[in-house]
Structures are given as C-alpha cells and as structure tokens.
Write a new protein. Sequence first.
Length: 69
Amino acid sequence: MARNIASALKIPYFDTDLLYRAVARKVLDEGVDPQIHSAEEHVRLLEEGDLRGCGEGRRMLEIAYKMGQ
C-alpha cells in the first residue's frame, strides 16, 4: 500500500523493512548476541560498521542517500 501511495504522489518509496533487516544483519554479522539488550553495544556497531555491504540494505541506503542530496 505504501508503495502505491508513494507512486501516486510521485515521491520516492522508502522501505523501512530493509533498514531493520540491514541493521539486524550487521548486528548478527558482528557476533552480537541478539538476546543482550545493550543499546550501547548496538550503537557502537552502527557507528563503527558499514551497512552498505548488507545486500538489501545497500539498496535502501543508496535510495536514502539520493533523497538526502
């Protein structure tokens, strides 16, 4: 539905599910135990990491980058 609305309004569609999957993939790739609820550890990984290599996340980040220009 969101994709159709964006198309009708002629605005870019931003799939937030891709963002969640990219972040989850990065956290798991870094070996973080998903049962640990340490916000500091997750933030550290995101600050030091590079999500651009996470497949679907790469597409999402490219779109976000273009929208921000």
